[in-house]
Design a protein. Structure first.
Lengths: 183, 381, 160
């Protein structure tokens, strides 16, 4: 063990606090390693993937198919997806449709306010590459330009079944990922 | 509960009025990340919890469609102009092809006109059902969210068998429509509309005669007749304030001149009147679909029309679900329009938002504001 | 439904009688469509007459067109009538032309309150100026838009 002391200090309490910092850091690394092993990791991932709560933000016209997917025939809640109002308690943001420059600023603000773990689904051709409006003066050509996207769901608009497939893909991605991948 | 144009000062708790020294009003920003705002922002100035002034801040979905349609030919622009109100796509499509046909001097065959009106009426029902389900989200009424979306799927299946797409059809082209009815369509459609009208009777009891709904919507968000006319409101917003104006009767287009239907209005101008105008229109559209299928003439569905916009100007007007949708098209030869000005129902009703929300309590804001059926994507284009 | 132009011609006659020198052009394009062209300094009086005496109280929209080869902008007010039920289908286009290097005209918000948002959009999209407009700020474009007015004909954006 080699604790790094930036300067020699005579105060005994400060010396004690510095060494306790190092031990707490090592303890936290140990907890991360223990939690990230098979049985506990599976339980945590199971809880995360079956309760993906998206933020209440509609970006553009794909919101009509997101609404239809949440509705009676293609019920998204059976996958655990329930739109939730508070940002700090949501873990998914679904970019539905064309992203204008005015909306992109707010989307980035929303993403920054969400707590880790947070996932992004880019729904619709416009959120992937600009889509039908790629030559417009006021849009951003794709969500990946300013957000890290996990799943791309193509279509104009994608059918509710396609969105469900995208959510299942995200669930598979979470199932096989580490508990602390993001920092 | 009545609302007047000025907020009432109920000074029961000794709260200061805005004129007293040291009093302040609160400015809130509602949206775009809000479960009661849609894709736009409302800047609301409050005194206590009464709204003094509510201004819309649109532009979050502005994609510059008017510039795009000057750069693409008229067939490639059809998906672009359908997207603003994606749940009501065929009505917007109808305005586009009517402007082009007026410049070209082409008249579609009679069967094509009837099929256009058929898809338009199905779209009107679908759009009103989606509006009703989002109204359920705003009210916190989960049944009002689920039931209309389930019944909307009845008509989405019909539209899918007719055109091949769930909501974005691109079915109307200059000269007619793309395809004829599939086999068995008429019987299936008649069965579904009859089932839908029974469902509307169930909606009456659980949604519209429910005292929890009527106490939240009656007398709230009043738009007077004079104000609705001078602000240029259109569609159910105008008809809910007692003005009997519907383009299908005033300037009949396509097959509407030969069909028999009523225009529904309500005199009070509050949120409840606008909601009931929507419900009456759904019932009327359902009856219109059956009428059209009975009266459908035979013949071709499409006449050949060139991909050219001749020199001249034309103004086409169509009654979409949210009001009048119109194109002011100027052509100069070539396959692209020189200028195609696109005015939709929601863009005109944007002017009515501040008038409707003045004097309303903040808790009633989603109820009154959504009752004018303002679809932000359609207004921003 | 007859296809005669009687109502439209009567409206034009009444307009010409009251403004013998101000109307540059007044035509019945077809049934239910009238085009009136005036110059920008006379438009307020003509607008008040059209609203009060002819009964066109319902504004349908405002369009701006860029005729760059003729170096002018044309501003068109689209009006319909609710007050008189026998002319519900008539659409009246009230046009005015402003030169391209000084695109300034008077706002008609005092005549028809509903044209406010349409004029505001024309200000930001074409770079026009409406004198007397209560709120000439950006409506749809980004708050910090620093480019040229997008709808002008010479403005092209690179396609990706």
């Amino acid at each position: 063990m080699s604790a790094q002391k930036p300067a020699q200090s005579d105060d005994p309490i400060e010396l004690l606090a510095d060494s306790m910092n190092v031990w707490v850091g090592k303890l936290s690394d140990l907890v991360h390693k223990v939690v990230d092993t098979e049985p506990i990791r599976n339980v945590i991932n199971w809880a995360r993937m079956y309760s993906l709560w998206p933020v209440n933000i509609t970006t553009a016209c794909c919101s009509a198919e997101f609404g239809a997917a949440s509705g009676a025939r293609h019920d998204l809640e059976r996958f655990g997806v329930l739109p939730y109002g508070s940002l700090r308690q949501s873990d998914l943001i679904v970019i539905e449709g064309t992203i204008t420059k005015k909306m992109a600023k707010r989307l980035r603000m929303i993403y920054d306010q969400m707590a880790i773990p947070r996932y992004v689904i880019a729904m619709g051709d416009c959120a992937i590459s600009g889509g039908l409006f790629h030559d417009s003066y006021s849009i951003v050509n794709g969500a990946h330009e300013f957000l890290p996207v996990d799943v791309f769901v193509p279509g104009c608009p994608p059918r509710p079944e396609a969105l469900e497939h995208g959510i299942i893909m995200l669930q598979e991605k979470i199932r096989s990922s580490k508990v602390y991948p993001q920092s | 509960m009545t609302t007047t144009d000025k907020p009432t000062q109920e000074n029961t708790l000794g709260s200061p009025s805005p004129d007293e020294p040291g009093a302040q009003t609160l400015t809130l920003s509602v949206g775009p990340q809000h479960s009661g705002s849609g894709h736009m922002r409302l800047i609301v100035e409050l005194d206590g919890d009464i709204i003094l002034n509510a201004e819309p801040d649109p532009g979050y979905v502005h994609r510059g469609i008017e510039k795009i349609i000057e750069l693409r030919n008229i067939i490639r622009s059809i998906p672009v102009i359908e997207r603003p109100s994606i749940i009501d796509a065929s009505n917007l499509n109808h305005a586009w092809v009517r402007a082009i046909e007026e410049l070209q001097g082409v008249e579609p065959p009679a069967r094509g006109q009837y099929l256009r009106c058929l898809l338009n009426e199905m779209n009107r029902i679908m759009s009103h059902l989606y509006w009703l389900s989002i109204y359920g989200v705003f009210l916190g009424h989960t049944t009002m969210f689920m039931w209309p979306l389930g019944d909307r799927e009845l008509f989405i299946d019909l539209a899918e068998s007719l055109t091949g797409a769930r909501i974005t059809y691109s079915y109307l082209v200059p000269g007619g429509v793309r395809r004829d009815l599939p086999q068995g369509f008429a019987e299936e459609a008649i069965k579904r509309t009859e089932y839908f009208e029974k469902r509307l009777d169930e909606y009456e009891n659980i949604f519209f005669k429910n005292p929890l709904f009527t106490s939240r919507a009656k007398g709230v968000g009043v738009l007077s007749r004079q104000r609705a006319i001078e602000l240029g409101a259109t569609g159910p917003t105008l008809r809910g304030s007692g003005v009997e104006a519907d383009l299908r009767k005033d300037e009949p287009y396509a097959a509407y001149g030969e069909l028999d239907f009523k225009v529904h209005t309500r005199p009070d101008g509050d949120s409840y009147s606008r909601v009931m105008v929507h419900v009456d229109e759904m019932r009327e559209s359902s009856q219109l679909i059956r009428q059209m299928l009975k009266k459908l003439p035979s013949g071709p569905v499409r006449r050949k029309a060139p991909i050219v916009v001749p020199r001249g100007e034309a103004y086409s007007r169509v009654e979409s679900a949210r009001g009048e949708c119109s194109f002011y098209m100027i052509g100069e030869g070539g396959d692209k329009p020189y200028r195609a000005r696109y005015i939709t129902g929601s863009y005109r009703n944007m002017a009515a938002i501040s008038a409707v929300l003045q004097g309303v309590r903040l808790a009633d804001m989603p109820t009154s504001w959504w009752s004018i059926d303002y679809w932000p994507v359609e207004a921003d284009r | 439904m007859s296809l005669s132009h009687e109502r439209e011609d009567n409206l034009i006659k009444s307009l010409r009688e009251n403004f013998p020198t101000d109307i540059k052009d007044a035509t019945t394009v077809r049934r239910s469509r009238i085009n009136i062209t005036v110059s920008p300094d006379k438009i307020v009086n003509v607008a008040l007459f059209i609203r009060d005496k002819l009964g066109f109280d319902h504004p349908t929209g405002v369009s701006a067109v860029d005729y760059n080869r003729e170096s002018r902008f044309e501003i068109v007010y689209h009006l319909t009538s609710i007050a008189k039920s026998d002319q519900r289908d008539i659409l009246l286009n009230l046009k005015e032309s402003v030169p391209r290097n000084t695109p300034k005209t008077t706002s008609l918000v005092k005549v028809w309150p509903g044209v406010e948002n349409f004029e505001r959009e024309s200000i930001e999209m074409f770079g026009l100026q409406f004198e007397g407009h209560p709120k000439p700020e950006k409506l749809f474009l980004n708050d910090n838009w620093d480019g040229p007015p997008p709808m002008r004909k010479e403005v092209r954006f690179p396609t990706d």
